[in-house]
Design a binder for this molecule. Structure first.
Ligand code: ZN
Ligand code: ZN
Length: 546
């Protein structure tokens, strides 16, 4: 009889992004992906990653991290895990290229021996597991699914995939190998649920290329094409389009420049250097001869497109007659920011083309429902557990697997571990899980500090400095600074707050040092509530002079 294994989802189950799943059996733990997610609010958060404390607590039992592909929702949390746990990493060349940059930015040494490049068809021993990568199509080069040989049989993890066969510069999903693996008997399938609500694949990468070329040809001014920086296929396509339409290429955006460097170093992107124009010369380049590739499809603060839209890019400005093509989709949560940015571009006089007006300018990297069904049919697993999606996506995907004839199904969210014995899936222990924030500037920010930021954003803050003499009288008028408090324009408020402070100090004479600051804090909070209807954060500094 087979032994059982345990799956521990730490991110990506019950939410979109931050994918991270641990697989445990006797002899060790393998972690598949270690991603991040983007913030949707404006609290100075750079990214979120999964709470890794359970993994860190397992110490040397964690034998390796295995990356499916180089998207941030699969690799973006790696620097934060590796800063706490020294563990080797396996992944496709592109994912490791991007990961090395991310680790270097976080000041983590990336000794080559700790990172192993894997190829489809190879078999890699990671702790007690043997892993075979299988080529899949996705919106990034080098995306792999994994067939993992475990004590409970083969566990197949799809990563992100689709069955588009028209992708430039990358082999398509290896359907023949999937079929063979299906024939050899898959115990458990873990499959991406992101697009379960979309019945069929809409468009193809080839169709996107044709549409982009048509739009570039009909444009008379400059053309700006906004893409997800990691979409190397589209960078290859745009290089070809630039060549065929007699335009020179210019790249704007840090992530984009990084991706171009990584893909060029890997020999995957072969742009002709004489077709490239630096951003600083692009403003003087003939407009009808320029194709600008720009990052910032989600209107991220400081991104290239957002700066162009708001007119504060250092070298370039969008002008009347220019065309801006958003060759992307809007990630749920970013709709408002993207719409505002598009309006800024329209205001500047550009023609703005997006998926809403021209559906063929982008195609999703994720499998639609019919493709998810095809994956299940090819692999014919005994058991199925949906991954990557909100609870709604996971439940719909489980239903799809049931309809495809899979009898053993389980839906869990992050933190609920699952035992699999080769035939049945059952819920097991809860483990520590959640999300951790990294602030702009790259430093982790605790839940308590983040809570303070929320309070600051909601109500503002007051800082009061009280200087008292030894007899408990005020040695100087109280100093009051108000930050971000509604109605703060009324100068009288600070004076009234100052008066309330003076009154409190008087009442407390002779003061007992410890209690006075709290009494002042309360008095100030109460006073401010009268003015603005809310109690802001109040900090009191007490200085005693002899
Ligand atoms: Zn992906
Ligand atoms: Zn993903």
């Amino acid at each position: 009889m087979r032994k059982s294994i345990r799956l521990v989802p730490l991110g990506g189950l019950g939410e979109i992004g931050r994918n991270c799943l641990a697989i445990e059996q006797r002899g060790g733990i393998l972690v598949v992906d270690c991603g991040s997610s983007f913030p949707h609010d404006d609290l100075g958060i750079d990214l979120w990653h999964a709470d890794h404390s359970w993994l860190v607590g397992q110490g040397s039992r964690v034998r390796g991290v295995l990356l499916t592909h180089g998207h941030e929702d699969h690799i973006g949390g790696l620097p934060y895990l590796l800063s706490e746990l020294d563990v080797p990493v396996w992944g496709p060349a592109h994912a490791l290229g991007v990961a090395r940059r991310r680790l270097a930015e976080s000041g983590i040494d990336t000794e080559e021996s700790r990172m192993t490049t894997i190829e489809p068809g190879g078999h890699y021993a990671i702790g007690p597991f043997s892993v075979e990568p299988v080529q899949v199509s996705h919106s990034v080069i080098d995306a792999f699914a994994f067939c993992i040989d475990t004590d409970a049989g083969f566990v197949f993890h799809t990563g992100d995939f689709n069955f588009d066969t028209s992708i430039t510069g990358n082999p398509p999903t290896d359907v023949a190998r999937l079929e063979q693996i299906g024939d050899s008997g898959v115990g458990l399938l873990l499959s991406d649920s992101t697009n379960v609500e979309i019945p069929d694949r809409q468009g193809s990468e080839q169709g996107v290329g044709e549409e982009l070329e048509r739009l570039v040809r009909e444009a008379s001014g400059r053309v700006f094409v906004a893409i997800f920086a990691s979409n190397i296929h589209r960078l290859i396509l745009l290089g070809q389009i630039a060549e065929r339409t007699g335009r020179s290429l210019c790249c704007i955006g840090r992530s984009l420049e990084m991706q171009v460097q990584v893909a060029t170093a890997l020999g995957r992107l072969k742009w002709k250097t004489d077709r490239l124009v630096g951003a600083e010369e692009a403003g003087d380049w003939p407009r009808e001869r320029l194709l600008v590739i720009v990052g910032g499809t989600q209107a991220e603060r400081n991104s290239g497109l957002r700066r162009l839209a708001s007119g504060d890019h250092r070298w370039l400005a969008v002008q009347r007659g220019d065309t801006v093509i958003m060759s992307s989709r809007t990630i749920p949560g970013n709709e408002r920011a993207v719409r505002d940015m598009q309006c800024d571009l329209l205001r500047a006089g550009a023609r703005v083309i997006s998926r809403e007006t021209h559906p063929d300018v982008h195609t999703s990297g994720h499998a639609a429902r019919s493709e998810q069904r095809r994956m299940i049919d090819l692999l014919r697993p005994l058991a199925f557990m949906p991954i990557h999606g909100t609870l709604r996506h996971l439940l719909a995907h489980a239903e799809l697997a049931r309809a495809a004839g899979v009898r053993e199904l389980l839906v869990v969210e992050d933190g609920t571990s699952v035992r699999f014995d080769g035939r049945t899936l059952r819920r097991a222990e809860q483990v520590a899980h959640g999300k951790r924030a990294v602030a702009l500037g790259g430093k982790p920010i605790s839940a308590q500090r983040l809570q303070e930021r929320c309070e600051l954003a909601r109500c503002g803050a007051a800082v009061v400095t009280v200087v008292v003499a030894t007899d408990g009288t005020l040695a100087a008028p109280p100093m009051v600074s108000l930050r971000g408090i509604a109605a703060v324009g009324d100068d009288g408020i600070a004076a009234k707050v100052g008066a309330a402070v003076a009154h409190t100090v008087k009442r407390h004479r002779p003061h007992s040092g410890a209690r006075l600051p709290e009494a002042v804090r309360r008095a100030v909070a109460r006073q401010l509530k009268e003015f603005c209807g809310k109690r802001p954060l109040v900090d009191v500094h007490l200085i005693e002079v002899g």
